[in-house]
Design a protein around this ligand. Sequence first.
Ligand SMILES: NC(=O)C1=CN([C@@H]2O[C@H](COP(=O)(O)OP(=O)(O)OC[C@H]3O[C@@H](n4cnc5c(N)ncnc54)[C@H](OP(=O)(O)O)[C@@H]3O)[C@@H](O)[C@H]2O)C=CC1
Ligand SMILES: O=C(O)[C@@H]1CCC=N1
Length: 275
Amino acid sequence: MKIAFIGGGNMAAALVAGLAGKVTPGANIHVVDPNPAALEALHAGHGVTTAPSIDAAVSAAEVIVLAVKPQSMREAVAPLVPLLAGAPHAPLVLSIAAGIRSADLSRWLGGYGAIVRCMPNTPALIGMGIAGLVASAGVTQAQRLAADQVLKAVGGTVWLDDEAQIDAVTGVSGSGPAYVFYFIEAMQQAAVELGLTAGQGLELAKATFTGAAQLAAQSQEPVSVLRERVTSKGGTTYAALTSMEESGVKAAIVNAVKAAAARGKELGEQMGRDG
Ligand SMILES: NC(=O)C1=CN([C@@H]2O[C@H](COP(=O)(O)OP(=O)(O)OC[C@H]3O[C@@H](n4cnc5c(N)ncnc54)[C@H](OP(=O)(O)O)[C@@H]3O)[C@@H](O)[C@H]2O)C=CC1
Ligand SMILES: O=C(O)[C@@H]1CCC=N1
């Protein structure tokens, strides 16, 4: 499978690392980005071909991944219009941008219909990503399978029926790794304030996350039961969870996820209004 990336930044790099040499040889991946340093790093790391702007190699791709910032998308995809109109094999356009709606993208692409919107996350870098996907009406079953194959190569996939749901995916799992890193940083800070070294705190916090996440993933039991098993009556965990409840931590997390989803929706509305 030939895959082209428009945008070679953080998320594209995570996907390329997961795909190159697994789904397809690095040489079958073509990355377009104006930034020479980003291209050089991807070429050196994964053997991908590169270009500073959209070129003929993009039109040879079966899947064209749009991986620029939502605010850059309209301008970035303009050079694709003649390529897609002339492409004999109807490439799938796979957009990973937060917010940007398929209808706006299709309009910017001259009415092109084979668009899948996807919200991946950076653990794709180590094959542990999770992505939500939604196909627009013009997507064939073969193109849907191609999108699934690309994302499955770097983790799991969750298909959605309704495009509006993808903002929720953005709030939960697209932005989600940052919440986990934030929690780890907070645990490390607490460790240091309690007298451990920064290194000890980080090792303990990271291993706790990895262990608990693996336990939750592998267990058949509800997460709430796993939590209760740590929480001895009148013990230390009870003290911590009571403190979290009093500080409104759960409500703050719910609000944060909703804020991310709302920002995704707002970005889509803003960019759609602009043209
Ligand atoms: N980071 C993440 O965890 C996730 C990101 N996403 C989505 O992925 C997309 C990219 O995000 P991210 O990788 O973080 O952003 P980055 O800024 O790291 O990457 C975007 C890249 O696109 C380049 N670029 C800008 N204009 C063009 C153009 N016209 N043609 C080709 N390349 C161009 C930028 O170059 P320059 O910097 O020089 O402008 C930059 O290297 C966003 O739409 C985001 O919503 C989705 C899920 C998770
Ligand atoms: O922060 C962002 O806008 C992107 C989308 C999801 C994760 N990063």
